[in-house]
Design a protein around this ligand. Structure first.
Ligand code: ARG
Length: 458
């Protein structure tokens, strides 16, 4: 038991079940690189503060390089006493370079160490997530540009509402992801602060230059209060809520595509690469990639909830409860890395069927345009809405499509209807009339494409 980092004041040994219960090494080992990076910078800071010699710092840094290559090459041998990644690395360093390793932890605590490690680690993961998000947006934008001619029904309440461009629908998802990217960049600013030098809770007694340390590790600044520095997990909460919302967006895409790929809709066919079959029904091709995007949203929303519940009711500074921040964070990062790439793959290989989209357009989706025809002839909209409604009812009674009503039928409903009302029955014209910024016209959709392309380049 004296081999424990904190064993000095203990005489009894730890219950074996407690040993396993307490250990975070099974999951925090993935922080090995960040932990070594942080320790190397800390060794240099100790030397700058005159607490160890330049030579001792060199030995520590070189020893940690060796530990790093053991991890990188899968040669690192975990020992039963390796409670967490910090303990494991320091234990191994001691084996490699001897007692001088014992100087590394001077003025440092695992409390400021772990907070630093997680920030270093998450910073890199955020960079990768940003790349995946951008790739997803780029694929969507280029599809939108290539397929701008295609029209499809737009839905509200999942009921056919008005015709829109397929590209407009694609871009509606891209914009949500663009906001996700910008939210991620916002929160990355708060991840990128250095807690090291906060000690266990009360700060560092050896005049470590925290700003120099921050610069060394590429942090934009330092945390301003040591009590807060060791316990602040807001950046993880922010990250998890970013992730939850991003998953909600992916889930919405997935749900749209599950519906659009159903036999009844048939607007799209999911590539074989992202579908699976049934063990029983030979004809089945199931949209599993999409269902998993939708389903994994649950675990990410759960991760956010689980961390909030861990934090709720904690007193100030470090408490071991905080060790429970890691599994939800790691699982969420893994899930998002995968989901963003899968969504990108799905969208880049998806086969779309413009003829099926066109066939789903029905004249009733132009009832609003019929009302607008009268508006252009000076009839107040409330009235035109009512008249167009009466036209829908008349067509329904006759069992014909709305567009089959004659000019005489329509004139019977309002004298302002003229021969040219036939122009209303044109989906393309309807979409083109919505030429406002953010609308469905070709020009308006092209403007969105331009905006997103510019954003992608920036
Ligand atoms: N494994 C711990 C964690 O993840 C490291 C910090 C431990 N600190 C302590 N005082 N026991 O939070």
């Amino acid at each position: 038991m004296t081999s424990k980092l904190w064993g000095g004041r203990f005489t009894g040994s730890t219950d074996p079940l407690m040993e396993a219960f307490n250990a975070s090494i099974p999951f925090d080992r993935r922080l090995w690189r960040a932990d070594i990076q942080g320790s190397q910078a800390y060794a240099r800071a100790l030397a700058r503060a005159g607490l160890i010699t330049e030579d001792e710092a060199r030995q520590i840094v070189a020893g940690l390089d060796q530990v790093a290559s053991e991890w990188a090459e899968g040669r690192f041998q975990l020992q039963p006493t390796d409670e967490d990644i910090h303990t494991a690395n320091e234990r191994r360093l001691t084996e490699l370079i001897g007692p001088v390793a014992g100087k590394l932890h001077t003025g440092r605590s695992r409390n400021d160490q772990v907070a630093t490690d997680v920030r270093l680690w998450l910073r890199e993961e955020i960079d990768r997530l940003q790349e995946h998000l951008r790739a997803l947006i780029a694929v969507t934008v280029e599809r939108a540009a290539a397929e701008i001619d295609w029209l499809m029904p737009g839905y509200t309440h999942l009921q056919p509402a008005q015709p829109v461009r397929w590209s407009h629908w694609l871009l509606s998802h891209a914009w949500a992801w663009q906001r996700d990217a910008s939210r991620l960049a916002d929160l990355a600013v708060r991840v990128n602060l250095l807690p090291l030098g906060s000690g266990a809770l009360a700060g560092n007694p050896f005049s470590i230059d925290r700003r120099q340390l921050a610069e060394d590790l590429g942090f934009a600044g330092i945390t301003p209060n040591s009590l807060d520095g060791v316990s602040d997990r807001d950046f993880i909460v922010e990250f998890l809520s970013w992730a939850a919302l991003t998953m909600v967006h992916l889930s919405r895409l997935a749900e749209d595509l599950i519906i659009y790929s159903s036999r009844e809709f048939g607007f799209v066919t999911l590539a074989d690469a992202y579908s699976t079959g049934s063990s029983l029904m030979p004809q089945k091709k199931n949209p599993d990639a999409l269902e998993l995007l939708r389903g994994k949203t649950g675990r990410v929303v759960g991760a956010l909830n689980s961390l909030l519940v861990v934090l709720k009711g904690l007193p100030s500074t470090y408490n071991k409860d905080l060790q429970e921040d890691k599994e939800p964070l790691f699982d969420t990062v893994d899930t998002l890395q995968a989901c963003l790439q899968i969504a990108c793959g799905v969208l880049s290989t998806l086969e779309a069927h413009p003829e099926r989209m066109a066939a789903a357009l029905v004249p009733e989706m132009l009832a609003t345009d019929l009302a607008e025809y009268l508006v252009r002839r000076g009839v107040p909209f409330r009235e035109t809405h009512h008249i167009a409604g009466a036209a829908v009812q008349l067509a329904e009674q006759r069992g014909v499509p709305l567009s089959a009503l004659t000019v005489e039928d329509l004139k019977g409903l309002h004298p302002a209807f003229q021969e040219d009302v036939a122009q209303v029955w044109d989906y393309e014209a309807s979409v083109e009339r919505r030429d406002v910024e953010g609308g469905t016209s070709r020009r308006a959709v092209q403007a969105q494409i331009q905006q997103l392309r510019q954003w992608l380049q920036g």
